[in-house]
Design a protein around this ligand. Structure first.
Ligand SMILES: C[S@@+](CC[C@H](N)C(=O)[O-])C[C@H]1O[C@@H](n2cnc3c(N)ncnc32)[C@H](O)[C@@H]1O
Length: 282
């Protein structure tokens, strides 16, 4: 995992080393072989505590699982708990909310249906095959685009999230047939590595919505996700860097919200969402 990065940058929400907050991650892992890569990758970003899994996680009842989590919280308080077991990687917070990314499962809407005149697909444009998603998140949008024939490169700057995405991709049957590639790092630096504005046909940016916006995620994932990635307060700065590439940029916003910093050239809207389009903006 660690050796795959084409560029390495600390994202704005990677705080270790800046003396602001050090996030403690407790990693309980089996010995399937990939744990060493995960440890090597996460180590620079977090205060990492590791333990080899010596209980059966798969058949644990909720009560027993909570007891396991509480035991560790008491002895070694953590911000996030990562458990690797039976080919899965799951993330918990100290309140026992959990996220598991499974691209072949339904829970996170990885097979959402197209709505009439789907504004997202229209904003990207069917003929724009190669899409750069600079805000991978849980990759719900990236997977949707790949289902509709786009080749997607998705960048994520949160290390824990990137570890979950990469793991999910390696274990997904559906993704074997599709072209989705995850990169770790900050979008601003990634776009500086592009050789020409034609490297991608379209750049897609979906920064965190303001708190009051309705989320498509189930509640526990939404709360944990927000806690994990923060609120992307640098979105306008990132958008400016994206516009400088000269590439078509599409930004997802809640329908009620103002565009981020720059006036779009066009937009497609549904009841809850708006996709702002920036064309020839350089
Ligand atoms: C609202 S979520 C995106 C959700 C995503 N579209 C999906 O379908 O799951 C925003 C994500 O973008 C990431 N992000 C925000 N700004 C970024 C940047 N400049 N570079 C890389 N990742 C970024 C955040 O860490 C967060 O995971």
């Amino acid at each position: 995992m660690g050796g795959e990065h084409r560029f390495s940058v600390l994202g704005a929400n990677v705080r270790q080393g800046f003396g602001i907050t050090v996030t403690t991650v407790y990693f309980i892992h089996d010995e399937s072989g990939t744990q060493a890569q995960i440890i090597e990758f996460l180590n620079p970003f977090y205060r990492l505590i590791t333990e080899t899994l010596n209980f059966s996680f798969e058949n644990l009842k909720t009560k027993e699982l909570y007891a396991q989590i509480d035991m560790r919280l008491e002895t070694t308080p953590f911000d996030f708990l990562l458990i690797q077991h039976d080919g899965q990687l799951e993330l918990f917070d100290a309140e026992k909310r959990r996220i598991r990314i499974d691209f072949d499962g339904d829970r996170l809407n990885y097979s959402r249906k197209v709505i009439a005149k789907d504004p997202f697909l229209r904003a990207i444009g069917q003929n724009r095959k190669n899409v750069l998603d600079v805000s991978a998140g849980l990759a719900i949008d990236s997977i949707f685009l790949s289902q509709h024939g786009h080749n997607v490169t998705a960048v994520e700057r949160n290390p824990l999230l990137y570890a979950l995405l990469n793991h999910a991709k390696d274990h997904s049957e559906n993704l074997k047939k599709r072209n989705v590639d995850f990169k770790f790092g900050d979008a601003k630096t990634f776009v500086q590595t592009l050789k020409s504005k034609d490297d991608f046909d379209c750049i897609y940016f979906d920064p965190m919505f303001p708190d009051k916006a309705k989320s498509a995620l189930p509640k526990q994932e939404m709360v944990l996700f927000r806690q994990l990635v923060g609120s992307d307060t640098d979105a306008a700065e990132i958008l400016e860097a994206l516009l400088k590439t000269g590439c078509r940029v599409v930004v997802k916003r809640p329908a009620y919200a103002e565009p981020i910093g720059f006036k779009p050239t066009n937009a497609f809207e549904s009841k809850l969402l708006r996709f702002d389009i920036y064309e020839n903006y350089k």
